[in-house]
Write a protein that binds this ligand. Structure first.
Ligand code: GRF
Length: 210
């Protein structure tokens, strides 16, 4: 079994708008998620950072200067911040919430099954960028969102929670994205709550909810 036996320390990694992060912070404030948001880290100036400050959470910018690509040297800087905030692999959880970088395998190994991500499709369908557009163009009738643990490959780790959304004939990418986003906000908090309560049991690719 994994998860916290005592108060979970949370770090949220962002790159942009921060609506998932805000939903998480709201649910911590309400007491729905029993965890402490220790720090919000971004790789670039982002709206999410100002929202986090409004919630009284420390924010750290680890500027990647627009340099993309998997980079262990960059990730070591994130690691330093996490260590400073006491987010370790016994009482910590790292939530990627619109974080637009791919973590290096070295980093993922340190926090095995302690990094979560949210993706706007029903994985394994439509991994990668623009998942909502991919779903619309493919012509699926149902799509949704997935909260999963992060492993060494893109959008491929063990699935924790999925919520489905119907695709309508007259959907635009924006309309569909907005309906998926509403489900993301519910799913992400639920997954973190379960983790914080020690109720997620990972066996191979499968995650059982206890
Ligand atoms: C969400 O659609 C999430 O699924 C994806 O990036 C987007 C982030 O949105 N990974 P926000 O920054 O949480 O508003």
């Amino acid at each position: 079994m994994i998860g916290a036996l005592y108060m979970l320390n949370l770090a949220i990694l962002v790159s942009g708008r921060g609506s998932n992060m805000e939903a998480i912070l709201k649910n911590i404030r309400k007491g729905y998620i029993k965890a402490e948001a220790k720090v919000v880290i971004s790789n670039r100036e982002a709206r999410a950072l100002s929202i986090a400050k409004e919630y009284g959470v420390d924010t750290i910018l680890v500027d990647d200067k627009g340099k993309k690509g998997v980079d262990w040297e960059y990730d070591k800087k994130i690691l330093e911040v996490l260590e400073r905030y006491g987010i370790n692999n016994t009482n910590g959880l790292i939530c990627l919430a619109g974080y637009m970088r791919i973590l290096s395998p070295e980093f993922v190994r340190i926090y095995k099954n302690r990094i979560m991500n949210i993706h706007p499709s029903l994985l394994p369908a439509f991994a990668g960028l623009h998942a909502q557009k991919q779903a619309l163009e493919y012509g699926v009738k149902v799509t949704g969102c997935t909260v999963h643990f992060v492993d060494e490959n893109l959008d491929s780790g063990p699935i924790i929670i999925q919520r489905s959304v119907e695709v309508k004939d007259d959907d635009t990418i924006e309309m569909l994205s907005n309906r998926i986003l509403a489900e993301e906000h519910i799913a992400y908090s639920e997954a973190i709550k379960l983790f914080a309560e020690g109720r997620l049991d990972v066996r191979g690719r499968r995650v059982f909810i206890l």
